[in-house]
Design a protein around this ligand. Structure first.
Ligand code: ADP
Ligand code: ZN
Ligand code: ZN
Length: 828
């Protein structure tokens, strides 16, 4: 007999593909790239992706059958499979793990537990009130309830114990089912019934209603006005339908009257699928004509693309990089191809979205972490579907690289240096910029990287000939780059010209700016009020119970917070070590800046933007909107305010405690500081008047500040690349970090030492550690790290296989469970 099998990717961290038999009933439907439901393990079901269909029956094992086929068209295409394979191999994880991050969660099904009621009648004597409440929820209509939805009925968060008891008492039975989580959205629409064709008929109907049922009369009238149903020449000419929900929001519409009108066939109700994604219906504008310099940069990019697949556009902030992107996007779209435009999450604000929608209208699809999962799934389906009008431009954050593109022509990675393109957890710990270049390669497309402060690796590639390089050295606006002032805070303190945390120079500039009706931005890369609290008598510092870090003081709530695990404690009145009342706050964060600046400028309108205040995307958008529209004079914030914004009225940018950025024990600290300071400076004076930047630091002679002062990226690069070469850091070597975690520190020490010594046999002096990282314990897990420095010649599949083998050996040798080993290729 003719038998066929499907090799499927199951979204778990196991390394293999699994083979299932395709039962005869599904033979004609099952295609590569579609989702199928498979049994997995003892009692689980998963939706898996068919990678390959074959006639080869696997030997030596029992083959289970596919239970269901969920898609009739592939939702993952051949290029995506190649891309997934590359990611799995490069970032040393399983294809299942790639699949898990790639698909929106509503396209991934997992088994859900469903509860059914037995016939046993309720005996209140043996039931607790909450148990009775859950049982009472079952009736003729509700014959099954998902375990995850039981809270609705009991009001308890966790119902496991309660449900177990009800099963034991024979009131309930549980079963596992698999559910399609993505459901198309439907909406009801109302229109005037077709039977009413003339204005006279409509009048007659209205007259009758006016006498017999005034409510129905009013509802119908409201509908006719709102839907703009119109008659010309005595006939009903315009018959608009409107969404029932919108109609119902009008207080003059009564639900009962509406139902009556529908049942009398005066109004018609229809239901159909609608999109979850908001449609852009604003104006469409042509793109701005480029200036001469921009035009020549644009032409150079096009020329370089003829024989380079990747080009770096190095342009100072405000030079018009975005304008050039827009023109390139236009060009590619007109060739009928798609464009992927990647941005860091925090830069992907309504500002840039509005700018792109003005040019590309509803051809733009937007993909960031705050859009709902239903929208993600809909976008995915729309991109796969052969008929539906699809997107030409996807603007998104790092995970947008996984969308099912059909024919990419160009990938733009803006702010390519940004650390948020790297995924930290879970695996795959991929870098979206590097993946994007590979993805573009698979499509035969080009990649444009853009930045005012390119990463050292990228600039190295651009100057060594691997990538093309195009520079824009001047701002679009005539005002030019802002004037930069470096203030030595130690010197200022000596001359008694520090006022609290501000230099009198900065205070003077803020005063001047506000008096002119312009705006100020104050930056500090630390949120909260004070990074730590210390006892003046004995030096005791409150630390987190779960992590070895000091707690940050948040004045507004008068609490101490751990920024790593969220642990919270009330601010103690006395020192918990010596009992004295001498606890004082040390250092400062954005909350303190906001507090103190109020003392100096009591009349100014002050706002703050950091992770503490932007609990939702709406809040975040509102703060930005208000600042943009001049409803605040001063904004204080963290990294969140440093990037991408184009505030026309912002004249002054102040950076407080700039040294803190340089103190991280990381070879990238200086690079990060340079990038961040340039970004913050780039926010000032973007329109007509030249802006000012004030950087306060206790190390004014550090080279980084000199390079910032001179706006000299190339000098900065020269210095840093020389250090990288001397100490054999990327781009001269490749790094792989192995992070090991366990609850037992001795056990962890042993495991780490064993792994390091077996790796030394292969990589010799390239193995650094094991060492405790800066935060050696997080959430009660001890952490040790091994860093592998691999020379470019030895880097490749073979080196990676050696590492995987060493980890495999360690795992088979150890006595205890619970050892976590995370592999981070190209750690940031
Ligand atoms: P970048 O992306 O390099 O920071 P932008 O593209 O945001 O620079 O440009 C900075 C500002 O200058 C924006 O407000 C933009 O609209 C304006 N601008 C740049 N180039 C042009 C142009 N050719 N025509 C009109 N406005 C421009
Ligand atoms: Zn004390
Ligand atoms: Zn903690």
């Amino acid at each position: 007999m003719y038998r066929r099998f499907a090799e499927v990717i199951v979204p778990v961290s196991l390394p293999l593909l699994y083979t299932y038999e395709i039962p005869g009933t599904f033979l004609s439907q099952c295609v590569e790239g579609a989702r199928v439901v498979v049994p997995f393990g003892k009692s689980k079901f998963y939706s898996a992706i068919v990678r390959r269909i074959t006639d080869v029956c696997p030997q030596n094992c029992e083959v289970k059958e596919i239970l269901d086929v969920l898609d009739t068209v592939p939702i993952v295409n051949a290029i995506q499979f190649q891309f997934w394979d590359w990611i799995a191999s490069y970032y040393m994880c399983s294809v299942g793990e790639v699949c898990r991050v790639a698909l929106p969660s509503s396209l991934k099904l997992e088994s859900a537990t469903v509860l059914y009621r037995t016939t046993k009648p309720m005996n209140l004597a043996e039931l607790k009130p909450k148990e009775a409440m859950l049982l009472a929820a079952f009736d003729d209509k509700t014959t099954e309830i998902e375990l995850s939805k039981t809270s609705k009925y009991t009001g308890l968060k966790n119902n496991i114990a309660l449900v177990k008891n009800l099963i034991a008492l024979d009131y309930l039975v549980a079963d596992k089912v698999i559910e399609e989580k993505y459901k198309p959205k439907f909406a009801k629409f109302v229109s005037l019934a077709d039977s009413i064709t003339t204005e006279a008929e409509l009048r007659g109907t209205l007259d009758t209603l006016a006498q017999k049922s005034p409510k129905q009369f009013e509802t119908l009238m409201t509908f006719l006005t709102m839907s703009q149903t119109k008659a010309t020449d005595g006939r009903i000419a315009v018959r608009n339908e409107m969404e029932r929900k919108t109609l119902m929001q009008n207080p003059r519409v009564s639900p009962a009257a509406l139902t009556a009108l529908i049942s009398k066939s005066l109004l018609r109700e229809t239901e159909r699928e609608v999109s979850r994604i908001a449609v852009y219906d604003g104006d469409i504008q042509l793109c701005n004509p480029l200036t001469e310099t921009q035009e020549s940069a644009y032409n150079t990019i096009q020329q370089l693309f003829e024989n380079k697949s990747t080009v770096l556009l190095h342009g100072v902030t405000g030079s018009g990089k975005t304008e050039i992107y827009i023109k390139l996007i236009n060009e590619i779209i007109s060739q009928g191809k798609q464009v992927l435009y990647l941005l860091p999450e925090i830069v992907l604000t309504s500002q840039i979205i509005r700018r792109l929608q003005k040019v590309f209208g509803d051809e733009v699809g937007i993909y960031h972490s705050k859009i709902s999962d239903g929208e993600r799934a809909e976008m995915w389906h729309r991109l796969c579907s052969p008929e539906a009008k699809s997107y030409k431009l996807i603007v998104g954050v790092r995970s947008a690289i996984f969308l099912p593109f059909k024919e990419l022509g160009l990938v733009i990675v803006d702010e390519e240096h940004d650390g948020s393109f790297k995924q930290q957890d879970p695996a795959p710990r991929y870098h979206a910029r590097d993946c994007a270049i590979v993805l573009a390669g698979l499509h035969g497309a080009k990649t444009l990287l853009g930045s005012a402060t390119p990463s050292i690796e990228t600039y190295y590639n651009a100057t060594s000939g691997k990538y093309g390089l195009v520079e824009l050295l001047h701002r679009y606006s005539t005002a030019g780059l802002p004037e930069i002032n470096i203030i030595d805070t130690l010197e200022a303190a000596r001359c008694s010209s520090m006022k609290s945390i501000f230099s009198s120079f900065l205070i003077g500039e803020i005063d001047h700016t506000i008096k002119q009706g312009q705006q100020v931005m104050l930056f500090k890369n630390r949120r909260g009020f004070s990074p730590y609290v210390e006892c003046q008598t004995c030096g005791w510092v409150p630390t987190c119970e779960n992590c070895d870090v000091s707690l940050t003081y948040h004045k507004h709530e008068n609490r101490l917070v751990c920024h790593h695990c969220g642990y919270v404690m009330e601010m103690p009145h006395q020192c918990k070590s010596c009992g004295d009342n001498t606890l004082t706050t040390k250092g400062f964060g954005t909350e303190k800046i906001e507090d103190e600046i109020k003392i100096f400028f009591p009349d100014a309108r002050i706002t703050r933007l950091d992770a503490d205040v932007t609990t939702s995307r709406q809040r975040y958008e509102r703060i930005i909107y208000e600042f943009e529209h001049g409803l605040a004079d001063i904004i204080a914030g963290t990294q969140m305010i440093s990037k991408g914004f184009d505030f026309k009225n912002l004249r002054l940018a102040g950076v407080l405690g700039a040294d803190a950025m340089l103190c991280f024990p990381d070879f990238r600290a200086e690079e990060r500081a340079f990038q961040l300071l340039t970004q913050v400076s780039g926010r000032a004076g973007r329109s007509t008047e030249r802006g000012k930047v004030v950087i306060q630091t206790s190390q004014p002679h550090n080279h980084v500040f000199e390079d910032i002062l001179n706006g000299d990226y190339k000098n900065f690069y020269k210095r840093v690349i020389a250090e990288r070469s001397m100490y054999a850091y990327p781009p001269f070597t490749r790094l792989i970090r192995l992070q090991m975690k366990h609850k037992d520190s001795h056990f962890l020490d042993d495991c780490a030492a064993t792994l390091a010594s077996s790796l030394r046999k292969v990589f010799g002096a390239g193995v650094l550690g094991p060492e405790y990282p800066v935060l050696p314990r997080i959430q009660n897990m001890y952490i040790k790290e091994i860093l592998l420095k691999i020379s470019r010649n030895h880097y490749g599949i073979q080196a990676k296989n050696c590492i995987l083998a060493a980890i495999g050996n360690l795992r088979t040798g150890v006595s205890k469970g619970g050892l976590i080993i995370n592999i981070n290729v190209d750690p940031q």
